[in-house]
Write a protein that binds this ligand. Structure first.
Ligand SMILES: *Cc1c(COP(=O)(O)O)cnc(C)c1O
Length: 472
């Protein structure tokens, strides 16, 4: 039974915000946390109490004492004061997660970002002549060196690179694309829509599974402005299928005097078959095939910052650079610093493989993941023996990020079955800790895959899992 008089009395007993903020619990954080956050925390907790009183069937049981309220408010203030965007431990084993920020950067890239961001820089100043420089000069020669392209430029991401290139090369005209390559990357990046937004008319040719050279040839007309190839990054058409190679399309483009462009998606600078990945043309091979423009992401398999790299023939790159939209898509000095440092690592492939986190994680062998699982499982058992069961299971990793959908990297994971809470609850607790751990659930157990966990994160992972089992 509700008792309105009692409810009102309980509401009157709630501490005022000023009184709550004067409690001794705040002393330790008052100097570190801005006042608006302290105030928000105090108001939120008091409001929660008020709602609980109003909703309680039995008002007498509903109000915690002032000490408890103050403790809750202080905890909330700490949480509100933590950055919104912060590091997480990726224990999914998936190397490229767009939700988790794609590729972690190499130390050299981090240092370059900090150095350039802390000071002024020669972003657009030619230090030799003292004249105005070009911000892309810091990376374009490196891109040419690594890909064999005549010229290159960079924008904020590959979606931007595709849009800008289409607009610059074929605005108001038709671009011919195979029906087997009308890719959707996720969100609203679909080739037909990107074309429409760039002012280019899509001319589909061939069928879903087969497109022949004649399909392109017979579609070419006075309105044709471009031949476009799109890498089917996140799906494969297998079986009775056929596509026209970049080499053939480039030949056709030269015969017809039409530019030919390929959106490579996740461009690879070197052959990844030693990692157990399928043979895909590298950027250099695509350029050598004679395409006028190729575009690819900086933060997929390249392992660098979010960028869209545009490389190819000088004249086509110049047109792209001079397009008015280029200014709207230009990347900032921190991105350029990170990209330059990452590309410099690639000049020495051996060094790249050990210094670029993505390449390092790709090269981890199944046996190494098993060893790391053994160590993690032993520590978890020592800390949480009676609260969970854990064992080591085979679990292949995928590259993710819409790259190489069919390939898997062999490896192992730790599978945890909690005793007193559900697997879903454990997964949620791991996500909500001060250092969130992102894990997967498979076959009713929680999986921790060490491939994407840096060795120096391992003690933090153990601590986070242990903490997730506290006060159950
Ligand atoms: C990933 C991808 C894109 C989009 O690249 P972003 O860097 O995410 O903007 C475009 N095309 C293809 C084929 C891709 O794989």
């Amino acid at each position: 039974m509700k008792n309105p008089a009692l409810t009102n009395r309980r509401l009157r007993d709630l501490p005022g915000i000023d009184k709550l903020l004067q409690q001794p619990q705040w002393a330790s954080i008052k100097d570190q946390i801005p006042y608006p956050i302290l105030l928000e925390a105090a108001q939120t907790i008091v409001e929660e109490c008020r709602i609980r009183i109003l909703n309680a069937a039995e008002p007498s049981h509903s109000l915690p004492d002032l000490d408890t309220i103050a403790n809750q408010a202080v905890q909330l203030a700490r949480r509100l004061n933590a950055p919104n965007l912060r590091p997480v431990i990726n224990a999914t084993g998936t190397l490229l997660h767009t939700n988790l920020g794609r590729a972690p950067l190499a130390d050299a890239a981090l240092t370059a970002v900090a150095d350039v961001a802390r000071s002024y820089s020669n972003l657009e100043l030619d230090l030799d002549s003292g004249a105005r420089g070009n911000r892309f000069s810091h990376v374009d020669k490196l891109i040419c060196q690594l890909t064999g392209a005549e010229a290159a430029t960079v924008v904020n991401n590959n979606a931007g690179a595709v849009m800008l290139s289409l607009a610059a090369l074929a605005f108001g005209k038709e671009a011919i694309v195979s029906r087997g390559e009308l890719v959707e990357i996720g969100g609203s990046f679909r080739i037909p829509e990107v074309m429409a937004a760039s002012g280019v008319t899509l001319r589909e040719v061939g069928s879903t599974n087969k497109t022949h050279l004649e399909d392109y040839t017979s579609a070419i007309c006075a309105e044709t402005g471009l031949l476009l190839k799109v890498h089917t990054s996140n799906y494969r058409i297998v079986g009775f299928s056929e596509a026209v190679s970049g080499v053939r399309l480039a030949e056709l483009g030269r015969e017809e005097n039409l530019p030919v462009m390929e959106d490579l998606g996740s461009g690879m600078l070197f052959d990844m078959t030693p990692y157990g990945l399928p043979r895909e043309p590298t950027v250099a091979e695509t350029i050598a095939a004679g395409l006028d423009i190729v575009t690819f992401s900086g933060d997929k398999l390249l392992g660098g910052p979010q960028t869209g790299i545009i490389a190819g023939r000088k004249e086509a790159v110049e047109r792209i650079r001079k397009h008015p939209m280029a200014r709207a898509l230009r990347c900032d000095k921190m991105t350029l610093a990170a990209l330059e440092a990452t590309l410099r690592l690639y000049l020495d492939p051996v060094r790249a493989k050990s210094a670029i986190p993505l390449l390092r994680m790709l090269s981890v062998t199944a046996a190494e993941t098993k060893n790391r699982c053994t160590q993690i499982a032993a520590q978890l058992r020592a800390a949480l023996d009676d609260q969970m069961e854990c064992h080591i299971v085979e679990e292949p990793s995928t590259v993710g990020g819409g790259a190489l959908p069919l390939s898997e990297l062999a490896g192992y994971a730790v599978a945890i079955t909690p005793g007193a809470i559900s697997v879903d609850q454990l997964c949620a607790r791991l996500r909500s800790g001060p250092l969130p751990v992102i894990s997967r659930i498979q076959a009713k157990s929680l999986r921790l895959n060490p491939r994407t966990v840096r060795p120096d994160e391992e003690p933090l992972l153990i601590a986070a899992v242990t903490a997730a089992f506290a006060d159950i």
